[in-house]
Design a protein around this ligand. Sequence first.
Ligand SMILES: Nc1ncnc2c1ncn2[C@@H]1O[C@H](COP(=O)(O)OP(=O)(O)OP(=O)(O)O)[C@@H](O)[C@H]1O
Ligand SMILES: Cc1cn([C@H]2C[C@H](O)[C@@H](COP(=O)(O)O)O2)c(=O)[nH]c1=O
Length: 206
Amino acid sequence: MNRGKFITLEGGEGVGKSTNLDFIRRSLERQGMSVVVTREPGGTELAEKIRQLLLDNNTESITPTAELLMMFAARSQHIAHVIEPALQQGRWVLCDRFTDATFAYQGGGRGMDLQVIEWLERCVQGDLRPDLTLLLDAPVEIGLRRVRQRGDFDRFEQEKSDFFERVRQSYLRQAQLYPSRFEVIDASQALDQVQQAVAVALSALI
Ligand SMILES: Nc1ncnc2c1ncn2[C@@H]1O[C@H](COP(=O)(O)OP(=O)(O)OP(=O)(O)O)[C@@H](O)[C@H]1O
Ligand SMILES: Cc1cn([C@H]2C[C@H](O)[C@@H](COP(=O)(O)O)O2)c(=O)[nH]c1=O
């Protein structure tokens, strides 16, 4: 049994990750892949509980260190119970955010030490890295405008624009560091153009 492929979808708030997730799943299934769609933080019962704690904006203030460790605690559960078993069964895993989000949000956004994040990445993931990361990139104000039309904001969405600007620049830095697995897609385009670019990126992996 060939090992499945691990695809992650990344980007700031409102860039269109959820919208494109379903498009990607359908494209892969049309080509005969068995696909597991999942998300971070989350993806298992316990990790979804951690997600609720992280996104709740009516909780006590969460320190950046606690936030970072909660992301990796959820990730450890997710890898052990969902991602790794699926890949071993030859299934393709399509994940809405993964560790690049930690470099972007906790590293860039919160200013946590990148070497500490790298250490946690090695500790929690071993050699596991995505085969392909689609980074949907758009100016911060475009994504925030889309999200804010939705109404209520979670604990991250209520951050200020300069936080999201740092997140965006950190994502772009990750893409420069790992060009062989990243595809940066201009998410400010119309949806059909975004999806054409996504399809081209997927065809290279298939
Ligand atoms: N290319 C696009 N052009 C215009 N609107 C779009 C585009 N892509 C997505 N949208 C719209 O923007 C809104 C946010 O999209 P979506 O929920 O997919 O983003 P997201 O990245 O998953 O958001 P979040 O950061 O909350 O996870 C939705 O209303 C969606 O229909
Ligand atoms: C994996 C991961 C996520 N986050 C943040 C980014 C988002 O604001 C929320 C998740 O909600 P969404 O529906 O996916 O937009 O969590 C983070 O800060 N660090 C991470 O590692």
